[in-house]
Design a protein around this ligand. Structure first.
Ligand code: HEC
Length: 191
């Protein structure tokens, strides 16, 4: 039996994460509402819709990247590039390529979901690791420089994983949306 439209809509609705940090919850709510409204109205959501945070979202309301044909990236892809190289690069290597210590996120993000990504970055992870024994992904949920830019990091790494963004600093980017400024002020104000 092939799933009908109503089944698909139901699958898309319950997207509030179970055990998410409050920042994550806040950033996700507009996407969830957008998804609900559009799914409810039976409208096919365009892939390059923007949400209330000024971010591009996919057809499920999950933040995503936007890269124009001339290579201009959206603000959050650019911001994520910068945040990644200040807070993750030391372990995960340049451009998400990995190191002998930590796995290549440009690979890992091919399968990790938005929720799984948030969960690992906020709460950390201690698994088998790569190369060295007992390597640990630190819990970064208390680090505002990371948590306030979780979506930015996700969007950047997703672009890398999808092969949509080459290595290195994006040459051109869209202007910073005012929503991003407002989010940063609110996010840092509460830390
Ligand atoms: C101190 C080193 C270190 C830093 C800094 C660090 N990580 Fe990690 N990270 C690791 C290690 C080691 C692992 C592998 C853990 C394991 O599998 O046990 C990992 C795993 C992960 C995973 C899971 C990958 C998978 O395949 O499941 C994600 C996602 C991740 N890190 C994201 C980030 C992001 C984003 C940042 C920056 C905000 C970051 N990490 C900063 C060391 C680090």
């Amino acid at each position: 039996m092939s799933p009908g439209l109503s089944t698909r809509a139901e699958v898309a609705l319950p997207r509030i994460p179970a055990a998410a940090h409050s920042f994550a919850v806040r950033t996700r709510i507009p996407a969830a509402i957008l998804c609900f409204v559009l799914a409810g109205a039976g409208i096919a959501v365009l892939a390059q819709q923007k949400n209330d945070d000024g971010k591009y979202v996919d057809d499920k309301g999950t933040p995503t990247y936007h890269i124009a044909t001339d290579g201009t990236v959206d603000w959050f892809t650019y911001s994520g590039y910068r945040r990644y190289h200040s807070d993750c690069h030391v372990c995960h290597g340049p451009d998400g390529e990995g190191s002998s210590y930590a796995p290549p996120l440009a690979e890992a993000m091919k399968t990790l979901t938005y929720e799984q990504f948030q969960e690992v970055v906020i709460n950390g992870k201690q698994d088998v690791g790569v190369g060295t024994a007992n390597v640990v992904m630190p819990a970064l949920g208390e680090n505002a420089n990371v948590v306030c830019f979780l979506d930015d990091l996700y969007i950047y790494l997703k672009a890398r994983a999808d092969g949509a963004l080459p290595r290195g600093r994006p040459a051109k980017h869209e202007d910073k949306p005012k929503e991003a400024d407002e989010h940063e002020k609110a996010c840092f104000g509460q830390n």
